[in-house]
Design a protein around this ligand. Sequence first.
Ligand code: TXA
Ligand code: MG
Length: 328
Amino acid sequence: MRTVVLKGEDALKKGAELIASGEVVAFPTETVYGLGADAFNGEAVKKIFAAKGRPSDNPLIVHVADADGLEGLVSGIPEGARAVMEKFMPGPLTVIMKKSAKVPDSVTAGLDTVGIRMPSHPVARAFIRACGTPIAAPSANRSTHISPTSAEHVFEDMDGRIPLIIDGGECEVGIESTIIDMSTDVPTILRPGAITAEMFADVLGAVRTFKGKVVVAKAPGMKYKHYAPSCETVVALGTESAKTAYDEAEKQGKKPLIIASSRVCDALGERTRIDVGSTDEEICRNIYAALHKAEKIAGFIICEHFGDKGICGSVMNRVMKSAGGKTV
Ligand code: TXA
Ligand code: MG
């Protein structure tokens, strides 16, 4: 299969045609690129799993352009979910709710819940509108690889496996959406993201039925290996340990590279590095592109520990998985 990369109106038109004929299409969102199919077409959805090499027991998120798109997807919207959606949608958030019977089992992996996301990226919204149906989509990477934040990243993983990539430039947020489960009594963050636990506390604190407390737990998909670059990766707990690990790896001929914030880069001397910026938002936006680039030019990746709080905490959730939990 030839994989075409298109921009603009042509891309949307072609994309909508492919979705209508039961094909899969990669498209940009503000978090990462998604690999979409008609959420109500179980056979089309199966092609997503085939293209990614994704285990079929890992459910997909369903993308809508507006509140009307929720029609036929959920069996009801709990009060708290409504408040959370009003505050954070469109945006980098997925809300888990009880699903309607119309949603195929291939989307939800047989669960009685479905993840709903309303992206803010204008191309994502125009694409979903042009399709006229909700779009089921995981991140557009091969299963276990780093999520794509540009059309080039998608092409590297999906060339020959899908017919079309809609190019909408680089993703603004840079890591996958925060997932919050609103199908249970206590709202539960299943995957941290740019919308942090502290930010929910405001909304959910005011909604009495939610008992205020947000608990961090695991999404089913998290049991799989994730976000892995093609070479060994470790997290450095301090600048000195990053330098030591680098120098040792270099002696062993491993071609090391350090991914770090501007501040830490300034202290690295001549060592090969990728600077991911200064602010939490910049680090988040640049981290996957840095990992993609690093695996191409290096043999051993050392990534700074950016911190446990706020957005950096969410970034480290991904980087720790990239490193398989290994620290130096
Ligand atoms: O930002 C994002 O969320 C991107 C863009 C494309 O929207 N999508 C994305 O999808 O990251 P994916 O498939 O790579 O990650 C979805 C995660 C998986 O870990 C999956 O297990 C979890 O969401 N998930 C999906 N439906 C669920 C459900 N009903 N209950 C619990 N977890 C669910
Ligand atoms: Mg993914």
